[in-house]
Design a protein. Structure first.
Length: 187
């Protein structure tokens, strides 16, 4: 067998293996690594966030439209020059939000666990699954409301200039250049 024939034969074999490997890879799901999760629909990070009552981006519609959240405002209290009264009110608001969010998070984890268990056991029944899904949807809606309403209440506690400063410091808006009057010109 000549060297050129050997090279063609080797190339053909490699092409077949490459095509077979590619075809097998095409059927691999992006979910493949999730089968070991205790609750398939929730990552460890999501479970942690739900347990800790974190926002998880649920209030972005408020946050990104100048409705700050109480936790971030409290973290920026010096920059925002919060009054003692504002600190007290925002701390209470943060505590209430966190408590409610943790309770709802625990309920969501439990409901997702029931859903997963029904499928894992092979006992999933349509009516039960629909009821559990409706419960999960309701709980997620309540959790989102807790976070968004806290943003709305936070905004009501702040002065307009504090909200503007918050948005600038968080990178949502740019700093406004200082306005200088022309010499001899008054506004």
């Amino acid at each position: 067998m000549s060297d050129s024939v050997k090279l063609v034969a080797i190339a053909a074999v490699l092409a077949v293996f490459s095509t077979t490997a590619h075809a097998q890879h095409q059927h691999m799901s992006g979910y493949a690594g999730m089968t070991a999760r205790p609750i398939k629909a929730l990552s460890d990070d999501q479970i942690t966030q739900l347990r800790e009552g974190r926002g998880m981006g649920l209030s972005l519609s408020a946050e990104l439209n100048s409705y700050p959240g109480p936790l971030h405002v409290l973290e920026m209290e010096q920059l925002l020059d919060l009054t003692p009264e504002q600190r007290v009110r925002l701390s209470a608001l943060q505590g209430e939000m966190s408590s409610q969010a943790k309770a709802l998070g625990a309920q969501i984890i439990a409901a997702e666990g029931r859903l997963d268990a029904a499928f894992a056991a092979g006992t999933a029944q349509q009516l039960d699954i629909v009821a559990t899904l409706n419960e999960i949807g309701r709980l997620n809606g309540e959790l989102r409301a807790v976070h968004i309403l806290a943003h709305m209440e936070t905004r009501a506690v702040l002065r307009p200039e504090q909200i503007t400063r918050y948005d600038v410091e968080r990178g949502y808006t740019q700093r406004q250049p200082a306005r200088h009057s022309a010499p001899g010109h008054r506004h």
